[in-house]
Design a protein around this ligand. Structure first.
Ligand SMILES: [Zn+2]
Length: 229
């Protein structure tokens, strides 16, 4: 039996989950040529690593240990906790935005027309799950499941898994650490899916199919990451 909803990843691969815990990468492709994609992946990783060095380790600290998990090292756990705290704060701002500026074109850009109630409900459900983050099982750098993606979530175990690119990501902008947390927790709490990739794909979906856009994790992640401040 294959459960598509039980196991979700974020990043360069998608996966299906076969009952019993075996994750099978399906190599869900982004809509770009293979060579371009390989180059852009390298560029993304290089950029993220530089930015993380600059922002996180500027005080003379060392980059986080990237030893095989799933147990998180104290330093990794601290990075995850900081991202969770910021994700809660940004979600609160996003919820206020939808409540107080329901006509704002920024909401339509990511979710199209007529989705405010569902968007608000999903943002609030995600925030509630993050407020109880002590109940989440968190895995870091699990060699069984980390294959180049930022992170993954497993609903049946209320599990959030974080991989090497997460620890190399920045703390602001697209695909930052708190944005990745928001993305994954929408899978767990709001039962969102992974179908559109990159901001351009998410915005195109908002235009062509708003009710689907309001059910996809990337749309929530980018909505919060790019929220006007
Ligand atoms: Zn995802």
């Amino acid at each position: 039996m294959i459960s598509l909803s039980a196991f979700r990843r974020h990043g360069m691969m998608d996966a299906t989950m076969i009952a019993g815990g075996l994750a099978v990468p399906t190599q869900k492709e982004r809509p770009m040529a293979k060579a371009t994609r390989a180059l852009s992946v390298l560029a993304l990783l290089a950029m993220s690593a530089c930015a993380a060095d600059a922002q996180t380790f500027a005080a003379g600290g060392k980059p986080p240990e990237l030893t095989p998990g799933p147990q998180c090292s104290p330093q990794q756990r601290q990075m995850v906790d900081e991202a969770i705290v910021e994700a809660r704060r940004r979600l609160a701002t996003a919820i206020t935005f939808v409540q107080t500026r329901p006509e704002d074109p920024y909401i339509r850009r990511w979710f199209g027309e007529g989705q405010n109630n569902l968007v608000l409900k999903n943002l609030q459900t995600t925030q509630q799950r993050l407020n109880q983050s002590q109940q989440l099982t968190i895995h870091c750098n699990d060699p069984q499941t980390c294959r180049g993606q930022f992170a993954y979530a497993r609903r049946s175990a209320n599990l959030l898994g974080l991989c090497r690119p997460f620890f190399q990501a920045r703390f602001e902008g697209q695909d930052n650490r708190w944005g990745i947390i928001i993305h994954e927790v929408t899978h767990l709490a709001a039962l969102t899916g992974d179908y559109a990739y990159q901001p351009r794909g998410a915005q195109a979906l908002a235009k062509s199919d708003p009710s689907r856009a309001a059910r996809y994790s990337d749309n929530y992640e980018y909505f919060v990451e790019f929220l006007p401040r």
